[in-house]
Design a protein around this ligand. Structure first.
Ligand SMILES: C=C(O[C@@H]1C=C(C(=O)O)C=C[C@H]1O)C(=O)O
Length: 246
């Protein structure tokens, strides 16, 4: 049988899922690649993968997408790895640079700037800017390095009262129900073994892996997070610029 091509995010936040897959028989049924989130989206959109943990912003480009899991990469309040960093307060920011590794957070930054902070800023893909979006492990311990660090999941919660979903397990074609079941059991196994994963990470003084993987990243894709996706996609459509095309 052909292997299911799976694209998973290459950041620490996805390690529990990878651990679960690697400790399950389902690993023999998949061809697993680790990619930055924008590449996960690209692979699903261009049919270079069948299943992936896909930035939800890319659902707008995936007409046949099906979310196949009750697990996601989300947050209820601060996530601690998705920021706008700046040396000026947001009210004085005129230009912002996006993160080429992101789809969702680039969109979220623009949604919040427009609808929450009521700012009309120039969006740049590269080059110098007043502020920049950054996601993933590169942000760990960086909050102190900047005058202002806006945690985007926290500001989304202030804006909407909802948790946020950054990425969900999305298939771009129908998959065997027995495979989907085994895949979800493996994900759940990984989440139940976060203690083991945390124990294997090199200790660092400027970042608390335990708090990140046990509290900040909220893995349950529940009704509130579904509501957040629906609202986020609606707000994304109000933006003039697509974040960064894939
Ligand atoms: C919380 C995070 O969520 C991520 C942000 C994503 C995005 O902006 O497109 C996609 C997947 C997640 O890895 C993070 O990477 O820090």
């Amino acid at each position: 049988m052909e292997k299911v091509r799976v694209s998973a995010v290459s950041y620490t936040n996805t390690l529990p899922f990878i651990y679960g897959l690697q400790h399950s028989a389902v690993i023999d049924q998949i061809a697993l690649s680790l990619d930055v989130p924008s590449m996960c989206a690209h692979k699903l959109i261009h049919d270079e993968a069948d299943l992936g943990i896909v930035p939800v912003a890319a659902l707008l480009d995936l007409p046949n997408a099906e979310i196949i899991s009750d697990y996601c990469l989300g947050a209820t309040g601060a996530v601690n790895s998705v920021f706008i960093f700046s040396e000026k307060p947001i009210g004085e920011v005129d230009t912002i640079r996006l993160d080429s590794q992101s789809r969702t957070s680039n969109g979220l930054a623009q949604v919040l700037l427009r609808h929450y902070w009521k700012r009309d800023v120039t969006i740049l893909a590269e080059g110098a800017a007043d502020a920049y979006v950054e996601i993933g492990d590169r942000t760990f311990g960086k909050q102190q390095a900047h005058s202002y660090a806006y945690d985007l999941a926290l500001y989304w919660q202030k804006f909407t009262g909802l948790p946020f979903t950054f990425a969900a397990w999305v298939a771009n074609k129908p998959l065997q129900p027995s495979f989907v079941h085994a895949f979800n059991v493996a994900l759940s196994y990984g989440l139940a073994h976060r203690d083991v994963i945390i124990g294997q990470l090199p200790p660092r003084l400027d970042f608390d892996y335990r708090q990140y993987l046990m509290e900040h990243i909220d893995y349950q894709y529940n009704e509130e997070k579904k509501k957040a996706v629906t609202l986020f996609l609606k707000l994304m459509k109000t933006l003039d610029h697509a974040p960064i095309s894939s």
